[in-house]
Design a protein around this ligand. Sequence first.
Ligand SMILES: Nc1ncnc2c1ncn2[C@@H]1O[C@H](COP(=O)(O)OP(=O)(O)OP(=O)(O)O)[C@@H](O)[C@H]1O
Length: 277
Amino acid sequence: MDDVVRVRGLRKRYGGATAVDGLDLSVHRGEVFAVLGPNGAGKTTTMEILEGYRRRDAGEVSVLGADPHTAGREWRYRIGVVLQDVDDGRELTVAEIVGHFARYYPNSRPPGEVIDLVGLTAKARARVRTLSGGQRRRLDVAVGLVGRPELLFLDEPTTGFDPQARRQFWDLVRQLAAEGTTILLTTHHLEEAEALASRVAVLANGRIVACGDVATLGGRAGADATVRWLDGDRRCDERTADPAAVVARLTRFYAGPVPGLTVTRPSLEDVYLELIA
Ligand SMILES: Nc1ncnc2c1ncn2[C@@H]1O[C@H](COP(=O)(O)OP(=O)(O)OP(=O)(O)O)[C@@H](O)[C@H]1O
């Protein structure tokens, strides 16, 4: 497997406090990989080390075949970064900011195309200080995309997005992934990880507590299902390893459709909360 990111034994301390405590991680080329974890788990610190913005104390880190700490300009052209809360260039317009960053890259996307991709065309001539929080976040994403990165880092990209903007952003991420961009994202929105990622890692106290396919994390796929139905006004539920058998029994009992029937497995959020407990 072609690993775009490879981390072994990564450690980082701030003064006496350990932020990253022996982390191992691999991200394969072309996948969307989500890093989950509670506040202070070490997600941003890890992202910043991979982006070359922060020094590590120990461990091996390879990103696109280079050590981010010593990699040069050619390497930087190949990655795209969307940081948490940047607050520069308030007096410039959206088009000026994107145009400015486009000039840094040898093979940039046309600024108008990027502005369109993030849904800011109507605001292209607006000054940054007049944008709403969610619109400013879209601009951050535009800046991350403009260089046509092979690897895109998205640190809590949809914070402050309304539900519609979030869905549009998900479509954009899927489009970038379909173009072959490898995407490493952090998020507190479990449904975002579920919608976008093929694999996820759960971080707690600077360590990975679980890592794997989003559909099977923490034994999700094989966990008991819950069958719920309505018996008159009464809500009924039954946990079972064999929901099909329960549904068949209920179908016979009601001699047809089972009122209010649902069958659910533990959500990613259920598994996540158990993992970090
Ligand atoms: N510049 C810094 N100086 C000192 N301590 C820091 C610094 N940056 C982060 N930390 C500490 O390191 C730990 C990990 O922080 P980090 O920002 O990496 O977590 P996170 O998982 O990204 O959290 P969040 O979900 O809140 O963004 C926290 O305890 C934090 O207080």
